[in-house]
Ligand binder design. Structure first.
Ligand code: FES
Length: 114
């Protein structure tokens, strides 16, 4: 079955500080777009699976972010909580081309997540 993905431009990698994030508002909720210290880019729903903390305001280390509220550590590639904690923030596909970031919004995923 063909996935129904809409790609939107959300800015340049250079617009996000290394080990930082920016929030992209969609009508289905906020998405945190992270840039790691190695310039990898990930997009994760900006709601911690524990109690909804803003992951975009967490500390990025490697390809993980520590939630600012209660320190759960979320894997940026999978959106999954690590260690003994369980839960998934949900991820979104990203494309980077010539430094430009495109965020893929899966309509079915967004509808299910809202
Ligand atoms: S809301 Fe993120 S660890 Fe509690």
């Amino acid at each position: 079955m063909k996935e129904d993905i809409t790609w939107i431009e959300v800015g340049r990698v250079a617009d996000i500080p290394p080990a930082g994030a920016r929030v992209v508002k969609t009508k289905h909720g906020d998405v945190a777009v992270f840039r790691t210290a190695d310039d990898d880019v990930f997009a994760v729903r900006d709601r911690c699976p524990h109690a909804g903390g803003p992951l975009s305001q967490g500390i990025v280390h490697g390809a993980r972010v520590t939630c600012p509220l209660h320190n759960w550590v979320i894997d940026l590639a999978s959106g999954e909580a690590t260690g003994p904690d369980e839960g998934c923030a949900g991820t979104f596909p990203v494309q980077v081309e010539d430094g430009l970031i495109r965020l893929g919004l899966r309509l079915g995923q967004l509808a299910a997540a809202s």
